[in-house]
Design a protein around this ligand. Structure first.
Ligand SMILES: [Ca+2]
Ligand SMILES: [Ca+2]
Ligand SMILES: [Ca+2]
Length: 870
C-alpha cells in the first residue's frame, strides 16, 4: 500500500497525455454540480455521437472505441487481459475480458472460452460470436449492437446451463484498476469508492465446488486443506456508474435483467482487475441476459498530440528528428520549435521550423520535426502548439552513462543463488539452494516447458541432479533459469568486454559467501564477474547432465506466480520423500518444491551453448582460469558430440535457419578461441548459402559482420554485396513506419528486435562505413529512449528524463521499477491499437524486463559511445 502511494507521487510528476480541453470541460462540470443543476451533467451525454461500426470491425465514436473479440485469448497463458469485449476510452484501453466466464474474479490460469465463430452484420451493425467451454460442453452466444449512446450486450443460450455451472457461469467485463484509482462509483444511487488496495470480504468453499484451472494446475497453496477462496462483491444492484466525476472514464452499465455485481480481482491475484459481473440464470434458453453499456464520450474529443523524442538526448553530430503523433481528426500545425534552457533559467527559441507530414501508421497521423542543425551542447525542450516536452541534453558525452544502471543495479538484482544487498536494502536472499530435481517424463509445465517420453539423462524422475545451485540469473520477472537467454547474455558480455574494454567496477561479488553488494567496488571488473556468474551455471549443466538444458523452474503453479523475495519461492531445503509435506528435519523437507530441470536435449541449444562457453573462455582465462578451462572443455564436448552426428562436418546445412545459425555461432566462437581451421572451415561452409537465403535480421549477416576482423580481405569483398542488399531491406522500415526501425508487436513487444537491429547496423557501419551510416545505429536507441508510438517515455528504467517507472520486474506488486531494466515495449491490439501501459505493471508483453535484451542494451550503449567519441 505504501509503495503504491509513493509511486503515485512519482507518476504524478510524469506529464500525462491529458487533454486540456477535457480539463476545461471537467471544471465546467464541477461548477455545474456546485450550482446544483446535476441534471445538466447527464444531459451533456445527448451531445455525444452514436457508436458506428467502422471498416476495421469495431464500434467507434470520438473518444470511445468498443472492440468485440478483435483480439482473442491465445491459450498460451490463458487470461492475459487482452481479449474479448474491450473499451478504448479517450485513448486509454480501460476495459477487457468481456465474455462468459466461470468465476467472479478469473485469474490468469482460469479457463477462458474459445471463440467458435465471429460474425459482423453490417446491415444491423451487430458483432456476434459463439463461445465454447470444451471442458463443460457449454456453448453461449454474445451479440453487441449500438443502442442510444452506448451498446446493448446480449447473451443467448440454445441449451440451459450445465448443472455444474449454475451459479458459476456469468457475463463479466473487467476494468483496469489504475484508471479508477482515486475515483468513485454509484450503484442504484448508493455511492462507493474504488479501493486503492484490495480489502473486500472473502469466504472459503470446499475444493469440489471449484471450477478447475488450466490443465489441473492450481494457483492456490491450500496447505492440504482442500478448499479455495471466493471473493465477495463490493456492491450489487441494477445500475452501476463508474467514475461519474471523470468524463474521460465515466461508464454506465445497466442490467436489463438480473443484478450487476462489482468485484475486486486483486483479492486473489495482484494482477486482477475490477470486474462487473452478472450470473446467468439457470434453466433458461434464448436471451438470458442483457446489459446496456455506455462509456461517456466527450463531444468532439481529440487525443492530445504526443511529441516523441529521445529522453536521453542526442550527440551533437547525429540526426535529431522528433515524431509527433496526432489524432486522425486533429489538424496538423505548420511549425514546431526547439528551446534552449539558459544558465539563467530562461527559455530561448533556438529553432522554429516547418514540420513534415509523414502520413498514417495504424490509427494515428504522424509529423516529423527535424532539429539536426542544432549542435550546441546544452539543455533543450521541444514545443508544439501549447505543449512543451520535458528537457533533454545535446552533448558529446550524452550516452556515456546510459548503461550504468543496467550493469550496476539491474543485473546484480537478477543474480540467482546469491544474496543481493544495496546500501540499506536487501533485494533478495540467496535463493534456490535446493536446486534441482530431474523433471518427470511426459510432463507439461505451465511456463512453456515440457518433458518428452525420455529424460535424455542418467537421472530418474524426481532424482536430485547435483551441482546446479550456483550462478545464473533470473530469466525475467519470474525466477526460472532459461539457458538460451544465458547464452545470449554471455555472448553480448564477451563482445562488450572485448570490443570496448569496459572495466567498470561498482559491484562487490563474492561467490564463496554468495554475497553481492551494489555500489561497492571490489577491485574486479563487474562484467567479468557477470560472465563468471552465467558460466558457472551453464557449465555446471553440461558437467552434471551431459548437455545444456532448456531451463530450471519451480514445479507448482502456486509457487510460479511468486512476488516478493526469491528466497521464499522454495523452502531452500532439499526434497526428502521420507518426510511428510511441510515437515522438515532442518536440512531437508517433505515439500516437493525444489525446481525441476527440463532436460531434453536440443541440438540448437547445444550449439549455442558451445559458442557461448567458447567465447566465455577468453575473458575468463585471465580472471578464473579453472572455470575458463571447464568452459572450453564443455564447449568442445558439445561440438564434438553434435558434429559427429553430422558425419565429420560435411553435411549440408538443414532448412532450419535457427539450427544453422546456432552451429555457426559455435564454429565462429570456437575458431576465435582456438584458431583451429576445422571451425572456420565449417563456419564459411555454412555462411554463404545462409546469406543467399536471407540477409535480414540477426541471422548469418550479423555473424559474418562479426567475423570480418578474423577473416581475410576476400571475405570482406565477398560480403559487400550482401550488406548492400541488407541496406535495401532496412530502408523499407522508413516507409512502413515513421521511426525507420523494425516494429514487431504481437504477443511480446519488439524492443529486442530494435536493439539487435541497431547492433547489426553497428557492425555493418564498422566494416562498411560507406554503406551503413551511424544514423542506422542511433535510430534504434532513439526509439528505445522515447521516439516511439503511444508515449514518449524511455523504455529503460531510470535512463532518460522520463523513463519506465512502473514495470514487470519481480517487484511489480509494488508498482515500481528496477533501474536499468529494458522492457519489451509496444503490444499491438488488433486491429490498430499499439499500447504500452505506464500505470499498470502486469502486462509482461509490454513491461517485463528480460536478461537477453538487457545484455544487448549494454553492448549497444557502449557501441554508440565508441562511435560518438570518434
Ligand atoms: Ca520464465
Ligand atoms: Ca566488481
Ligand atoms: Ca525445497
Amino acid at each position: 500500500m505504501k509503495s503504491e502511494i509513493e509511486n503515485n507521487y512519482v507518476s504524478s510528476r510524469v506529464p500525462r497525455q491529458k487533454n486540456k480541453s477535457q480539463a476545461a470541460i471537467f471544471k465546467q462540470f464541477s461548477v455545474i454540480i456546485i450550482t446544483g443543476a446535476l441534471l445538466i451533467l447527464f444531459s451533456n451525454n445527448s451531445f455525444s455521437q452514436k457508436l458506428q461500426l467502422n471498416d476495421l470491425g469495431y464500434f467507434e465514436t470520438p473518444g470511445v472505441n468498443i472492440f468485440v473479440y478483435s483480439n482473442q485469448y491465445t491459450g498460451m497463458f490463458n487470461d492475459e487481459k487482452n481479449a474479448g469485449i474491450e473499451i478504448i476510452h479517450h485513448g486509454v484501453r480501460t476495459s477487457t475480458g468481456g465474455a462468459v466466464r466461470l468465476q467472479n474474479t478469473p485469474e490468469q490460469w482460469d479457463l477462458v472460452p474459445t471463440v467458435i465463430d465471429r460474425k459482423i452484420d453490417k446491415a444491423t451493425s451487430t458483432i456476434s460470436l459463439g463461445l465454447r467451454y470444451n471442458d463443460y460442453d457449454f456453448d453461449s452466444r454474445i451479440s453487441v449492437t449500438p443502442k442510444d449512446n452506448g451498446v446493448l450486450i446480449t447473451v443467448i443460450l440454445d441449451k440451459p446451463l450445465p448443472e455444474k455451472l449454475v451459479g458459476r457461469a456469468g457475463f463479466n467485463l473487467e476494468f483496469i484498476p489504475s484508471s479508477y484509482f482515486r475515483k468513485t462509483y454509484m450503484v442504484d444511487g448508493k455511492p462507493g469508492e474504488f479501493p486503492l488496495y484490495p480489502s473486500g470480504s472473502t469466504k472459503m468453499e470446499p475444493l469440489n465446488n471449484k471450477i478447475l484451472q488450466y490443465a489441473g494446475h492450481t494457483t492456490f497453496d491450500d496447505r492440504g486443506r482442500k478448499e479455495f477462496i471466493v471473493p465477495g462483491p463490493l456492491a450489487k444492484g441494477k445500475t452501476l456508474l463508474m467514475a461519474p466525476e471523470d468524463p474521460e472514464q465515466f461508464v454506465k452499465i445497466q442490467a436489463l435483467d438480473g443484478d450487476l455485481m462489482l468485484f475486486d480481482g486483486r483479492e486473489l491475484a495482484q494482477n486482477g482487475w475490477f470486474i462487473v459481473r452478472s450470473i446467468l440464470p439457470s434453466k433458461k434458453t434464448g436471451t438470458v441476459l442483457q446489459w446496456y453499456l455506455e462509456p461517456n464520450a466527450i463531444p468532439n474529443w481529440k487525443r492530445v498530440p504526443v511529441i516523441e523524442f529521445s529522453q536521453v538526448g542526442y550527440h551533437p553530430s547525429q540526426e535529431k528528428v522528433a515524431v509527433i503523433e496526432l489524432d486522425k481528426n486533429d489538424t496538423p500545425l505548420k511549425k514546431a520549435s526547439l528551446f534552449q534552457v539558459t544558465p539563467e533559467g530562461k527559455f530561448v527559441e533556438k529553432l522554429s521550423s516547418d514540420v513534415e507530414q509523414w502520413g498514417k501508421y495504424f490509427r494515428y497521423n504522424y509529423l516529423k520535426f527535424d532539429f539536426t542543425s542544432v549542435k550546441d551542447p546544452g539543455i533543450y525542450f521541444i514545443r508544439y502548439g501549447d505543449q512543451s516536452t520535458s528537457t533533454f541534453i545535446i552533448d558529446p558525452k550524452v550516452y556515456k552513462e546510459i548503461w550504468y544502471p543496467t550493469m550496476d543495479v539491474w543485473f546484480p538484482v537478477q543474480m540467482d543463488h546469491m544474496m543481493v544487498n544495496e546500501a540499506y536494502r536487501v533485494w533478495h536472499g540467496a535463493p534456490f539452494l535446493d536446486d534441482a530435481l530431474q523433471a518427470p517424463v511426459n510432463h507439461q509445465h505451465f511456463d512453456g516447458y515440457k518433458m518428452g517420453p525420455t529424460t535424455d539423462t542418467k537421472y530418474k524422475d524426481y532424482e536430485r541432479i547435483p551441482g546446479l545451485n550456483i550462478g545464473g540469473w533470473f530469466d525475467a520477472g519470474d525466477f526460472d533459469i532459461q539457458t538460451l537467454s544465458h547464452v545470449v547474455v554471455l555472448l553480448n558480455f564477451v563482445d562488450t568486454w572485448e570490443k570496448f574494454k569496459v572495466d567498470r567496477d561498482e559491484t562487490f561479488i563474492d561467490q564463496s559467501t554468495r554475497y553481492v553488494d551494489i555500489h561497492r567496488p571490489d577491485g574486479k571488473p563487474d562484467i567479468l564477474q557477470q560472465i563468471e556468474q552465467g558460466a558457472l551455471n551453464v557449465v555446471a549443466q553440461v558437467e552434471n547432465i551431459g548437455h545444456p538444458v532448456r531451463g530450471i523452474v519451480v514445479p507448482n503453479l502456486h509457487q510460479y506466480h511468486h512476488l516478493g523475495d526469491a528466497v521464499n519461492e522454495t523452502d531452500n531445503l532439499t526434497y526428502n520423500p521420507n518426510l511428510k509435506p511441510y515437515e522438515t528435519d532442518g536440512k531437508s523437507s517433505g515439500t516437493l518444491d525444489d525446481r525441476f530441470v527440463f532436460t531434453n536435449r536440443i541440438p540448437s541449444l547445444d550449439y549455442y551453448t558451445a559458442g557461448a562457453l567458447a567465447a566465455a573462455y577468453r575473458p575468463l582465462s585471465s580472471f578464473n582460469i579453472d572455470l575458463a578451462d571447464r568452459c572450453l572443455a564443455a564447449s568442445r564436448k558439445l561440438w564434438d558430440e553434435n558434429s559427429n552426428k553430422l558425419q565429420n562436418n560435411t553435411d549440408a546445412p538443414g532448412d532450419d535457419m535457427f539450427v544453422v545459425n546456432a552451429e555457426m555461432t559455435a564454429a565462429f566462437q570456437l575458431f576465435v578461441t582456438t584458431k583451429e581451421e576445422k571451425y572456420s572451415g565449417r563456419f564459411l561452409y555454412l555462411l554463404w548459402p545462409l546469406l543467399d537465403k536471407s540477409v535480414a535480421g540477426r541471422g548469418g549477416l550479423f555473424l559474418a559482420l562479426q567475423a570480418v576482423p578474423y577473416m581475410d580481405n576476400d571475405f570482406k569483398t565477398k560480403l559487400r554485396s550482401y550488406v548492400v542488399k541488407y541496406k535495401e531491406t532496412i530502408d523499407k522500415f522508413g516507409k512502413e513506419n515513421p521511426y525507420g526501425v523494425p516494429i514487431t508487436s504481437r504477443g511480446w513487444g519488439g524492443n529486442n528486435e530494435v536493439i539487435n537491429f541497431a547492433i547489426t547496423n553497428y557492425y555493418a557501419f564498422k566494416a562498411f562505413p560507406d554503406i551503413i551510416r551511424p544514423e542506422y545505429v542511433y535510430k534504434g536507441l532513439n526509439y528505445i529512449f522515447g521516439c516511439h508510438p503511444y508515449s514518449n517515455i524511455s523504455f529503460v528504467s531510470a535512463v532518460g528524463t522520463h523513463s519506465k517507472e512502473i514495470a514487470y520486474g519481480n517487484n511489480r506488486a509494488d508498482f515500481t521499477f528496477i533501474a536499468g531494466g529494458v522492457v519489451p515495449g509496444l503490444l499491438l491490439f488488433q486491429p490498430d491499437f499499439l499500447e504500452n501501459k505506464e500505470d499498470w505493471p502486469f502486462f509482461w508483453g509490454e513491461n517485463e524486463y528480460v536478461i537477453d535484451i538487457c545484455a544487448a542494451y549494454v553492448f549497444l550503449s557502449n557501441a554508440v559511445n565508441e562511435m560518438g567519441s570518434k
